[in-house]
Design a protein around this ligand. Structure first.
Ligand code: NAD
Length: 434
């Protein structure tokens, strides 16, 4: 199929590259000229495992990059909208980019097209896109608008896109939905064809549910700390129950990234503007912010006053295997520690180039050991695999004090005690040994 993907970020670039890899002819469009110039040279602007290889394999054969929306639309049968939908001032969804693309499509549409919304958009956006194209487009060209929300996770985006657990397609006409479903046929995943608004809602409901699960277990973890239980034993015991399952029960610093915080806030606002007041979701967001404060309190309780202390920070991105810093816990935790007078030595395997623009007054280091040099404590914020294989003897010889505050429960408290470390996890209760 001939496809245009508008918006060449985490979602658009992965979508476009993978569809090209499946044999389609894909043109990726973006307004960011620098990004497009890099991609034309085969440089991948984001860190996403496996993506660069797919781009190299398909570039200039089935995968093309341009800033020319009109040309890309005219040469395609299917046009995906995968632009950013950032949060507005009150947490509502800013749909400016989607509307701009819809107007651009309207101005260049030359024959029947299926316009597919992959961006996460408020319920009813499919109708808005339809109205924009009717208003600004030619009267004699027909089109369909389809919703195809994306569920990929940064860090495993390529694998998720090529092996989705489900594909959701919302449309007003079944033919259009089936045409989009054909694109996914080689992936052999379950496909749900539904109406536009239900498809748009499925995305928000899924993300809000997952965020709720995280905030739920974080509250249980906080209570575990108070009553002396070990939350990891608790989640293990819970997970044998198939109604609960074991996934997304990892207590820690709370969720971050470009989706959960934004989408939960957006759903609250969508509720408000429809005369519906969510009770659970504002709490989910509040608990999430509370986890960052809880971690800072744990640091203060373990290290004492941080003024004048040197702290090593391991991990900056919002989760491992991505360089995405959006809504990362580090964005709250680092400034709070710096403001309290701590000297920070920070390390992250991939996100330092992005982090340099975000954090002032911190020393960026090339290895976790360099960061730990002379530190009064090591603070782990992101559970990168690299931190699983730490040489603790070496680490102990480099730090000023062997204290490790683990925001992701990566290590075993008993083992850390045996290695001679003062260890604090999240919700590990009395198991933490001093
Ligand atoms: P991103 O910020 O990484 O990329 C968006 C891209 O769109 C940018 O390159 C930007 O320059 C481009 N853009 C903005 N306006 C444009 C316009 N008018 N014309 C052409 N290009 C334009 O965003 P993302 O993370 O890829 O997210 C895109 C959408 O997908 C959002 O709605 C997001 O909520 C949703 N989503 C994201 C993820 C994720 O893990 N990142 C997962 C599922 C869904």
């Amino acid at each position: 199929m001939k496809i245009a993907v508008v918006g060449t970020g985490y979602v658009g670039l992965v979508t476009g590259s993978c569809f090209a890899d499946l044999g389609n002819q894909v043109t990726c469009v973006d307004v960011d000229r620098r990004k497009i110039a890099e991609l034309k040279r085969g440089i991948c602007p984001i860190f996403e495992p496996g993506l660069e290889e797919i781009i190299r394999r398909n570039r200039n054969q089935r995968l093309f990059f341009t800033t020319d929306l009109a040309k890309a639309v005219q040469n395609s049968d299917l046009v995906f909208i995968a632009v950013s939908t950032p949060p507005g001032k009150k947490g509502e969804v800013d749909i400016t980019n989607v509307k701009a693309v819809a107007r651009g499509i309207a101005k260049s549409i030359n024959r029947y097209k299926i316009i597919i919304n992959k961006s996460t958009v408020p319920i009813g956006m499919g109708d808005i896109v339809t109205q924009i194209i009717i208003k600004h487009g030619p009267k004699d060209v027909s089109f369909d608008v389809v919703s195809n929300p994306e569920f990929l996770r940064e860090g495993s985006a390529v694998a998720d896109l090529l092996r989705p657990e489900r594909v959701v397609i919302g449309a007003t006409r079944r033919n259009a939905a089936q045409k989009v479903a054909e694109l996914y046929k080689p992936l052999r995943s379950p496909v749900l064809i539904t109406d536009l608004k239900s498809a748009e809602m499925i995305k928000y409901a899924s993300n809000a549910f997952l965020a709720t699960k995280i905030s739920f277990i974080n509250e249980i973890a906080d209570l575990c700390d108070k009553v002396g239980a070990d939350v990891l034993q608790v989640t293990k015991g819970m997970s044998y129950d198939s109604r609960i399952g074991g996934q997304f029960l990892n207590p820690g610093l709370g969720f971050g990234g470009s989706c959960f915080p934004k989408d939960v806030s957006a759903l609250v606002q969508i509720g408000k503007s429809s005369g519906f007041k969510f009770r659970i979701l504002p709490e989910v967001l509040a608990i999430n912010q509370g986890q960052r404060r809880f971690f800072l309190e744990t640091v203060r309780k373990t290290v004492g006053k941080v003024r004048g202390k040197t702290l090593a920070v391991w991990g900056l991105s919002f989760k491992p295997n991505t360089d995405d810093m959006r809504e990362a816990p580090s964005l709250t935790i680092l400034p709070a520690l710096t403001a309290a007078g701590a000297r920070l030595r920070v390390y992250d395997p991939v996100s330092i180039p992005k982090a340099k623009a975000l954090f002032k007054k911190v020393k960026f280091c090339k290895t976790p050991y360099e960061a730990a040099q002379g530190a009064d404590a090591v603070l782990l914020l992101t559970e990168w695999n690299e931190f699983k294989q730490v040489d603790f003897q070496k680490l102990k010889s480099m730090v000023r004090q062997p204290i490790l505050v683990d925001g992701r429960n990566m290590y075993d408290p008993q083992e850390m005690a045996e290695r001679g470390f003062v260890y604090r996890g999240m919700g590990r209760g009395e198991v933490a040994t001093f």
